[in-house]
Structure formats: structure tokens, C-alpha cells
Design a protein around this ligand. Structure first.
Ligand code: GUN
Length: 281
């Protein structure tokens, strides 16, 4: 079998068109503030892409690039200012922060109404309870990608490899909410291969090239690769040995062009949701 491709790039482009049309109907243009502290190269690329997405979607982008030695107090002052601004519907602080800045007080300072990443404990609690206001961007994008292809997680065995707060944990919760049976694997899982072989839907979100090889994948499984690694030749790759796994899977996401564009489209969708919510108050 050669797997069908779950084309995140194409679906994200379609979603962004719809978001642009919806944005244009609002009395006030939606606005997203993006904060980047320091000079992490990957973060700079991610932020540049988000700025472009805003422009594609008719969303105003307020781009704050702060020096690496920014203090916690300075960062919290900016977040407070953005919380109070009428033209800012969403606030995103790009992670990771420089080592001297603790993440928790920053993420907790962002108003839950404007927390389009869904990282605030109030929004994470809503995800846990099953009534999320904002879907977390990467897991939410994966749910949309599956839905578009008509793949229903209900009754399936889903295995999520990775337990981060950004991807693994919320991914498991969203799949559970869709009536899947979910296993979460991590670095202390004794037999990763045995767990993965049970997956009807396998989500890999670790950041380790070739972690998932063809012998770990059940014939006909759906394989979702969240990771964005660079191999020795400097080429982008995920956690999955793509060429060999594509011979066994029924569907697979490419890297790049799979989950990444969907994450970005979900951020735009959440910003639109935030704008609609604030303009209806
Ligand atoms: N760093 C890596 N992924 C993300 C994300 O989804 N949101 C933010 N704010 N930072 C990230």
C-alpha cells in the first residue's frame, strides 16, 4: 500500500481564504499581537510566518521583537498593555523564552479571552473539560486534517508519542473527546514499538529524526508527524521515516506541508474567534 497524503498546506490555504472572508465582514479588523523575546533562529522563522499569515487573512499584526535581556517585569508590562488594548484580539508569546524568563507567569498574564494559543490554565482547563473556547493550534489543526479526510477517531486506538503541554497532552484530550481510546507514550515507555503497533492513528510529536520506523506501524494506520527536525544534510524532516512508513500507512502527513501549515491556520482561526467574541460583548 502507498499512503494517501494528508495535505496540510492545501487545507490551510482553504481555511485561510475562509478566515479572510469572515474577517472582512467584521465591523473592526481583527488584531493579533506577536511577542518574540531574543534571537532564537527557529522562533524568528515561525514569527515571520505568522506575520505573513495575518496579512493573508486580513488580520492586523502587531509584531514585538524584544531584546534577549528583557526582564520579566518589562515583558509583563507589555502583556498588560496588550490585554487592555481594544485593537488587539489575540496575544501570542513565542516559546521558548530565553532561559532567565519563567514561562508560567507570562502565560498566566495573558488574558484568557486573548489567549489564542490556549496556553492559559483557564483555557487548558476548558480543553480538559471538553468545552474549549480556543482549540490548541497544533492538536486542533490535526483534528481538522483528519475531519477533512473523513477519518473519524471514534472507536479507534490512537497512540500519541510525546507528552508536551503544547502538543502531546492536549492532542490526547481532543482525541479522547472524539471517542478514541488513547495511549500516551513518552521517553519512559518501556516498549514503544509494541505500543505504536496497536495504533490505528499514530501521532508522533517528539522531535527525533527516524524515531518511528516502518516496523513500528500497523498496516493501514494513519500516521501524523508533528515534528520539525533538521537532518544531517540540513533538510527538514519529522519523527517518522517517511518513505518506508508511507508503504504501510493508509494516510500520512508530509514534513514540511502537513501539520505545520495547519497549526498556523488554527492560530488565525482562533484570532478570528477572539475578535468575534470581543466584538459581540
Ligand atoms: N513554540 C513552538 N510552538 C509554539 C506555539 O504553538 N505557540 C507559541 N507561542 N510558541 C511556540
Amino acid at each position: 500500500m502507498s499512503a494517501g497524503i494528508l495535505d496540510g498546506k492545501a487545507l490551510a490555504a482553504k481555511m485561510k481564504e475562509e478566515i479572510r472572508a469572515e474577517s472582512a465582514k467584521l465591523p473592526r479588523q481583527p488584531g493579533l499581537a506577536v511577542i518574540l523575546v531574543g534571537d532564537n533562529g527557529a522562533s524568528q522563522v515561525y514569527v515571520r510566518n505568522k506575520v505573513k499569515d495575518c496579512s493573508d487573512c486580513g488580520i492586523a499584526c502587531f509584531d514585538y521583537h524584544l531584546p534577549a535581556d528583557t526582564s520579566l517585569e518589562q515583558l509583563l508590562t507589555l502583556v498588560e498593555e496588550l490585554n487592555g488594548r481594544d485593537d488587539v484580539d489575540g496575544i501570542l508569546c513565542q516559546l521558548p523564552l530565553p532561559a532567565h524568563l519563567p514561562q508560567t507567569p507570562v502565560l498566566e498574564a495573558i488574558s484568557p479571552d486573548k489567549d489564542v494559543d490556549a496556553f492559559h490554565p483557564e483555557n487548558m482547563g476548558k480543553i480538559l473539560r471538553g468545552d474549549a473556547r480556543y482549540l490548541p493550534c497544533t492538536p486542533g489543526g490535526i483534528v481538522e486534517l483528519l475531519r477533512e479526510q473523513g477519518i473519524d477517531p471514534a472507536g479507534k486506538h490512537c497512540v500519541v508519542v510525546g507528552r508536551s503541554n503544547i502538543v502531546g497532552k492536549p492532542m490526547a484530550l481532543l482525541l479522547l473527546q472524539q471517542n478514541a481510546t488513547v495511549t500516551v507514550c513518552h521517553s519512559r515507555t518501556p516498549d514503544l514499538k509494541a505500543e505504536c503497533l496497536r495504533a490505528d492513528i499514530l501521532v508522533a510529536a517528539v522531535g527525533k529524526e527516524n524515531l518511528i520506523t516502518a516496523d513500528m506501524v500497523k498496516e493501514g494506520a494513519v500516521v501524523i508527524d508533528v515534528a520539525m527536525n533538521r537532518n544531517a544534510a540540513g533538510k527538514l524532516c519529522g519523527d517518522v521515516d517517511y518513505t518506508a512508513v508511507a508503504e504501510k500507512a493508509s494516510y500520512i502527513t508530509p514534513v514540511p506541508g502537513g501539520v505545520g501549515p495547519m497549526t498556523r491556520a488554527m492560530l488565525m482561526a482562533n484570532t478570528l474567534t477572539a475578535a468575534k467574541y470581543r466584538q459581540s460583548k
